[in-house]
Design a protein around this ligand. Sequence first.
Ligand SMILES: [Zn+2]
Length: 299
Amino acid sequence: MLTSRSRGFDDRQRAAKPYCQCWSDSRPAVWDNSSGCRCGEHSPISEWCWEAPDTSSSSWVTITQNQKQVTFHPFYSSGTAAVKGDTPLVNDYHYYWEVKMLTEPYGTDIMVGLGTSKVDMADSLFKFTSFLGRDAESYGLSYTGALRHNATVTKDNTGFCKGSIIGVKVDLWQGTLEFYLNRKSQGISFYNLRRHQALYPMICSTAAKSSMRLIYAASWQASLMVDAVKILAASVHGELALPPGLQSTLKSQFWLTLPNQKCIIDEEELKTETSQRQKSLTNLTLSSGMKRKHWHRRW
Ligand SMILES: [Zn+2]
């Protein structure tokens, strides 16, 4: 296995966090196997699945019957295996999906991302490589925190580890790609995705017996309603009693209201905002930078 672990990489790797405490080494595991933890998996929504590999690929990839859980290189690894979603993403929709890393990542690369139909999923089976983002046809977030596209790499987040939930938000109304780690936005990484004809969710790994599970996959057509839901959710902070229908929508489509990085506000700002709101309703929508950004964004 090709491994090169610089000091910087080790630092980042330590910063990567699981979503819940089930995966902490200091706690005894309360379940038998790596797929046992269901934390954060409250919604059964799964609009697409991983494409089942043909039988000749079974030495590189195995996939559960429900086509959600993928194990790469179930015996040993001799290169890079990749799997893509069975449904293309289409323009003018918002997409959000989440993958849970079920094993401790190691080796050359394990990535979550997306790519076009031009990506040859089998061309690196005998090559250890960072498969996603090596050209203009794909985008990937590595477990090391590296973001790759068009053979360009940036590293500005913590990456992921066993138990992390990696979220991918693709806005094909505006053409943006935003990664989430444990439901925290890592900021918009890429723009101009609408230039691609068809994009598919993708994951890849060089590590033997590495495993990931698709835990959520939803989409929503871009509309004024989505804009309204976002603004409403950002405004109420759970203080108002929402109509039951909207409450249940916000629960099952929780990703619609996950703050993006620009919208994350600190406690102080929230307090100021609340007191301002009490003073004057007319100032409500312009009482913070966050709201202004919301209003000025075209979702
Ligand atoms: Zn858990």
